[in-house]
Ligand binder design. Structure first.
Ligand code: PLI
Length: 461
């Protein structure tokens, strides 16, 4: 008799409420795709079967979080829920001060405005779209100082989110520490494939920048997922709790920007958390201009409460084990049938390597955008381009930025899809792979000025 394989993970929850999905035909999807200009961001969600566009704000909240929503204190000032969130941010992230914002990019906006002077440089471990844009709008220039391995989808290093300390030291030497606004450190690195940064690297970044008086700003959006990888992969952390690892990670930074829509299991919310009293003073001042009073920052009291409760659920190891286990389940199945994906498998998503998937499509014919469109056509799965369209244009030359990575992200919302859904996804990818030679690229016919990937339109070549 055959022995069954032991599972590495299973969901630490059961399902109480479900949401109906609509099944569509290939003819229907062909029409919907054309109307959406072959951009998955422009599809209507009702036309999507399995939505892997993003893990941002698409999580399923728990009964405990929904119960918290009923305890929303909707006072304009001094809401109880703000104080609850402040307590949880101090407890789990360790920063002294909290400025709530409606989502992550609003926190990026505030910190960029406060710390960047025109002409400054902002080094970081690979760009993220909104982070870099706010840095540029404040007059800064982003400099990518991530390790070279991060740009190689086949490199299996365990911490491909690390900063290359030589690149960082060289930049400090070249432009001078006065010209460096701060270092942005993302954990995990979304655009590199959800790759983590090691604790050792975080510690070394601190040691390198501190003597120069350079601040470190952590993008803590998926820091709990990063902490899980540290526990699993970095010697010395095997018996630490996720909470202990998270606290140590944050201790090597001065502030964090946070999109609660990812790690924290909510549909809306974010914050800026920091230690410096003067920067806090300025942020508290500015949040009133752009978001709302400093005790709600553009959120309802109920949203603050859901996020406070989300922190406590998200930091649980069994949650992270199932969350990352699900992503790995899909990734390992795809690897088994020879689909080119970014390895190691990241925390929040599988990244299909469109360069290897569709080698006959040139970068200016948008291979990743094409692949995302084909996947939708195949079975109603919505993914996201993370290649030349997302990389945008060079602010100085106006030319496209040509990233090395041309990826399609299959992003898994937390606690939303089942293993059967996961199997549908792998089958759809396999079906597109089988007919890859017949797939043609796209031509760009409309392009907006900012964050173009959201609204650009294409036609089939
Ligand atoms: O979407 P926001 O404004 O709440 O957060 C912006 C943001 C900041 N940092 C990182 C690493 C992100 O991944 C991020 C948003 N990510 C989105 C929307 C995504 O689909 O990955």
């Amino acid at each position: 008799m055959e022995k069954l394989e032991k599972r590495a993970w299973a969901e630490p929850f059961k399902i109480k409420v479900v949401e109906r999905l609509r099944m569509t035909t290939p003819e229907y999807r062909e029409r919907a795709l054309k109307e959406a200009g072959y951009n998955t961001f422009l599809l209507r969600s009702r036309d999507v079967y399995i939505d892997l566009l993003t893990d941002s704000g698409t999580n399923a909240m728990s009964d405990n979080q929904w119960a918290g929503m009923m305890l929303g204190d909707e006072a304009y000032a001094g809401s109880e829920n703000f104080y609850h969130l402040e307590e949880k941010v101090r407890q789990y992230y360790g920063y002294k001060h909290l400025v709530p914002t409606h989502q992550g990019r609003a926190a990026e906006h505030l910190i960029s405005k406060i710390l960047i002077k025109p002409g400054d440089f902002v080094p970081g471990n690979m760009y993220f779209t909104t982070t870099r844009l706010h840095q540029e709008l404040a007059g800064g220039t982003f400099v990518d100082v991530i390790v070279d391995e991060a740009h190689d989808p086949e490199d299996t290093s365990p911490f491909k989110g690390n900063i290359d300390l030589v690149k960082l030291a060289d930049l400090i030497k070249r432009v001078g520490s006065d010209k460096i606004a701060y270092v942005t450190v993302a954990a995990t690195v979304n655009m590199a494939g959800g790759q983590p940064i090691s604790m050792k690297n975080l510690r070394e970044i601190r040691e390198l920048t501190k003597p120069h008086g350079i601040k470190v700003v952590l993008d803590a959006t998926r820091a709990m997922e990063n902490a899980f990888f540290i526990k699993r992969r970095e010697p010395g952390f095997e018996s630490h709790t996720i909470a202990e690892i998270l606290l140590e990670m944050c201790s090597y930074s001065d502030a964090c920007t946070m999109s609660g829509k990812k790690d924290l299991l909510v549909n809306i919310g974010g914050f800026l958390a920091l230690n410096d009293p003067e920067v806090f003073e300025e942020a508290r001042n500015l949040v009133v201009v752009y978001e709302g009073l400093h005790t709600y920052g553009g959120l309802a009291g109920r949203d603050l409460e859901a996020m406070a409760r989300g922190i406590e659920e998200a930091v649980e190891e069994d949650h992270l084990q199932a969350r990352i286990g699900q992503v790995e389940y899909v990734g390992e199945r795809l690897l088994r049938i020879g689909i080119p994906i970014v390895v190691p498998i990241g925390g929040h998503a599988i990244f299909l390597d469109a360069r290897r998937f569709l080698p006959h499509i040139k970068q200016l014919e948008f291979p990743a955008q094409t692949l995302a469109a084909e996947l939708y056509l195949e079975s109603g799965i919505r993914a996201m381009e993370r290649g030349i369209v997302s990389a945008g244009r060079d602010v100085k030359t106006g030319d496209h930025v040509y990233p090395k990575l041309e990826l399609v992200r299959l992003t898994f919302p937390r606690r939303v899809y089942t293993q059967a859904h996961c199997d549908v996804v792998t089958e759809a990818v396999e079906a597109v792979y089988d007919r890859r030679k017949d797939i043609r690229g796209l031509e760009m016919i409309y392009e907006p000025k900012y964050l173009r990937f959201f609204q650009t339109r294409f036609e089939r070549l």
